[in-house]
Design a protein. Structure first.
Length: 166
């Protein structure tokens, strides 16, 4: 099942914009912390990594990092100079995206291999049925040959008996 990459990227970029628009008024509330923003954008990264692979996940990491820095890291609504916290967020985003993408790639390869093996098992099963049918047919032919030979031997014996008496 191949998905249209343009639609896939469009969907995830639309989700990013939707989350950002929703968080814009919420981000100014005093009870909202950096962790809230990180978790929300981390969910976007996980979903994009799962469906879109490495390229989409890398784009989502950069966009999410920018959104978290803009909305949640002081000074809010401004890009400040990178701090250790910014670096930790960025490393966490990239690590998550890389691990999820690699897990999905491995899972898809494993599923593809399993499908190929299932097809091979079906093919071998069909071949086995054909071989069993051929073996059964050969057995029936051998039995018919044996019966034919027994009938010919019996007829030959029955014909020899009257001829020898004559």
């Amino acid at each position: 099942m191949m998905r249209n990459p343009v639609l896939l990227w469009g969907r995830w970029l639309f989700l990013y914009v939707a989350v950002t628009v929703v968080f814009y008024p919420i981000a100014t509330l005093p009870e909202i912390r950096i962790a809230h923003g990180v978790l929300v954008y981390l969910l976007l990264i996980v979903g994009a990594s799962r469906e879109g692979g490495r390229a989409l996940s890398a784009v989502m990491v950069v966009l999410s990092y920018g959104a978290v820095d803009w909305f949640f890291v002081p000074p809010r609504q401004a890009f400040g100079t990178p701090t250790q916290l910014d670096l930790i967020i960025l490393i966490g985003f990239f690590a998550t995206a890389t691990v999820i993408s690699q897990l999905v790639i491995t899972l898809r390869q494993t599923a593809s291999l399993a499908t190929a093996r299932a097809e091979e098992i079906e093919r071998l099963g069909a071949e086995r049925l054909l071989l069993e049918r051929d073996a059964s047919r050969a057995h029936v032919l051998r039995e018919a040959e044996r019966l034919k030979n027994a009938l010919i031997a019996s007829l030959a014996h029955d014909l020899r008996s009257p001829i020898t008496t004559l």
